[in-house]
Design a protein around this ligand. Structure first.
Ligand code: SF4
Length: 304
């Protein structure tokens, strides 16, 4: 099928199956073009509870589709590419978490949303990159076991009122690849540009940033700023979206390595097949679903 026919078929199947397509900002452009809603993982999970359609096709990675299912268990959630995973989420599982907890028996677990449903189910509360500090500060002075991202964990530890934040050793392979030299080179090449970086980046990169925020915060900052030029320290999909949203401004990627191969796996053909054949439906057992829902809901209550 050519691209035009594929898009028409996707539209037809969406109506027939009462479906809506969600896409993460890091997805390839052709996927974002057919998406009904584009957002970061928190926005997509929240939107899932608001849309009327019974089927949600989640173009992203596995943990995102699980989060949507956890918050909207009555809906059918489809992940078009089954092995679109997240290496950072895979760095911790239930067993490793139990071992971490055993080292700090009085600790509470704050779990970044980039984790499996099973790990969320064993955590006290979830967080995203935009609210991690607020979530950690809400826990009082107990030791906080922050999983799985060491970079976000260390960023939170530096700014938190709680002196007892203990980050786990995981990291995002995409953001962790960028080094201080990349930031310095980008700044030397574009001295007029502000550096906007995601807290999943190493400390040495964050130290070179003018602004640190989540994907959505970076995008809002760039669009609303009076400045014209920005070096973007997060996945390249954000640069593509920003170029469309603010075509009069200049956006440069901080390092060419800012590409998440898992986020780039989904193509139009996969979305078409997902809709046509109900592929690949997310199933979670009730116990995991309820416990993970509790950790996610504890975060959402805090944000109200
Ligand atoms: S960008 Fe990093 S955290 Fe996000 S899906 Fe890719 S590997 Fe996982």
């Amino acid at each position: 099928m050519d691209k035009h026919t594929l898009i028409e078929e996707i539209k037809r199947l969406k109506k027939e199956k009462d479906a809506v397509i969600f896409a993460h900002h890091y997805q390839v452009e052709e996927v974002k073009e057919v998406a009904d809603i584009i957002g970061d993982s928190l926005e997509l999970s929240r939107k899932a509870t608001e849309v009327q359609e019974q089927t949600i096709v989640l173009s992203g990675v596995y943990f995102m589709a699980e989060s949507v299912k956890i918050l909207s268990p009555e809906k059918k959630v489809l992940l078009p590419v089954k092995d679109a995973g997240c290496p950072m989420a895979d760095m911790i599982d239930e067993e490793k978490l139990e071992g971490f907890k055993a080292d700090y028996p009085t600790g509470k677990v704050v779990c970044y949303v980039n984790t499996s449903a099973e790990v969320k189910a064993k955590s006290d509360i979830c967080c995203t990159s935009s609210n991690a500090l607020k979530v950690v500060d809400s826990m009082g002075e107990v030791p906080v076991l922050f999983i799985p991202d060491q970079n976000l964990g260390n960023y939170v530890k530096k700014h938190s009122k709680n002196p007892n934040v203990i980050p786990y050793s995981g990291y995002c392979i995409t953001h962790h690849r960028a080094r201080k030299e990349d930031a310095l080179q980008a700044k030397a090449k574009h001295p007029e540009a502000l550096v906007l970086a995601h807290p999943e980046c190493r400390k040495e990169v964050l130290e070179e940033a003018h602004f640190i925020g989540s994907t959505t915060e970076i995008m809002n900052y760039a669009v609303n700023s009076e400045k014209q030029s920005f070096i973007i320290g997060t996945e390249m999909g954000v640069v593509e979206t920003l170029k469309k949203e603010a075509p009069e401004k200049n956006f440069f990627l901080l390092a060419p390595s800012f590409i998440c191969s898992n986020m780039k796996k989904t193509r139009l053909e996969d979305i078409y097949r997902a809709l046509k054949e109900d592929k690949h439906e997310i199933h979670l057992d009730d116990k995991t679903l309820q416990a993970a829902n509790s950790a996610l809901s504890n975060m959402l209550v805090l944000l109200k």
